[in-house]
Design a protein around this ligand. Structure first.
Ligand code: DGL
Length: 278
């Protein structure tokens, strides 16, 4: 018998547009699902705030998405996951999928050299991240690279061009390229500037993010809980069409425009229903 909850949307949140990089991977492997995307642009960036502040913001967002009605929740933010995933899980009667910097797949590549982890200052300070490093340090040398201010540049829509290149050149001037085998993008915003990172660091260094792994983990979770929506199979087409309801806490119209553009760059056309903007 069909599970009636399977027809509900998937809730997904981030401080801003970074979570769209995760959502794009999810839509590609789960084209029959509908989504609610919450971007807390009123409080972005999260990565330079104290942990208890990010915790209470994440809890508020979770309460809101639960009240709107979702069948599961994706915390498309490494910073919020590091600060609040246990509290979020305790609150929810549905499955919750979080994110962590993809150190495991990077270490499993087994390439000689250091693994550089680009993330927000709060992610790199978190207990969760430091446990992750401890777990993999016997395999590879893991070097945290805090990137304060980078999320703000991306939130302002500068994902190409001078400002971002200058920022990256400055931050990478502290590392010796020859020593690095892989860069882990430990913030969902940074996936949006992957091309710029390749430009500055070169093609030889593997650049790894956790987005596809998160999408697969979500699919497995929905399968196990009998929550997959198998209803509308004709959606397996290019361009992929998808329904997303946006809730944006500040500068909504502009943020939605950027989100839709980012999805379109991935071959996804977003037919949003009603959207709610702060
Ligand atoms: N996109 C978020 C992450 O993955 C955080 C950005 C922020 O600092 O708000 O960590």
């Amino acid at each position: 018998m069909d599970n009636p909850r399977a027809k509900l949307p998937i809730g997904i949140f981030d401080s801003g547009i970074g979570g769209i990089s995760v959502l794009a991977e999810i839509i590609k492997i789960l084209p029959n699902e509908e989504f609610i995307y919450f971007a807390d642009t009123l409080h972005a960036p999260y990565g330079n705030k104290p942990e208890n502040v990010v915790q209470s913001l994440s809890i508020k967002t979770t309460e809101f998405l639960s009240s709107v009605g979702v069948k599961c929740l994706v915390v498309a933010c490494n910073t919020a996951t590091g600060a609040a995933i246990n509290e979020i899980r305790r609150m929810c009667a549905f499955p919750v999928v979080g994110m962590e910097p993809a150190v495991k797949p990077a270490a499993e590549l087994g390439i000689k050299g250091k693994i550089l982890v680009m993330a927000t200052p709060l992610t790199l300070k978190s207990k969760k991240f430091n446990e992750l490093i401890r777990h993999y340090k016997h395999r590879s040398e893991i070097v945290p690279l805090p990137c304060p201010g980078l999320v703000e540049i991306i939130e302002h829509g500068h994902i190409h061009g001078r400002e971002i290149e200058d920022y990256l050149s400055r931050i990478f001037s502290f590392v010796n390229k020859e020593d690095i085998s892989a860069i882990v993008l430990g913030c969902t915003h940074f996936v949006l500037i992957k091309e710029e990172i390749v430009k500055v660091m070169g093609m030889e260094i593997s650049i790894i993010d956790g987005n596809y792994g998160t999408a697969r983990h979500l699919r497995r979770t929905l399968q196990n809980e009998r929550l997959l929506n198998n209803g509308i199979m004709e959606k397996h087409k290019i361009p992929l069409k998808t329904n997303i309801r946006f809730y944006i806490s500040r500068n909504g119209k502009e943020v939605i425009r950027r989100c839709k553009q980012l999805l379109q760059n991935e071959g996804i056309v977003c037919e949003s229903e009603c959207s709610h903007c702060g």
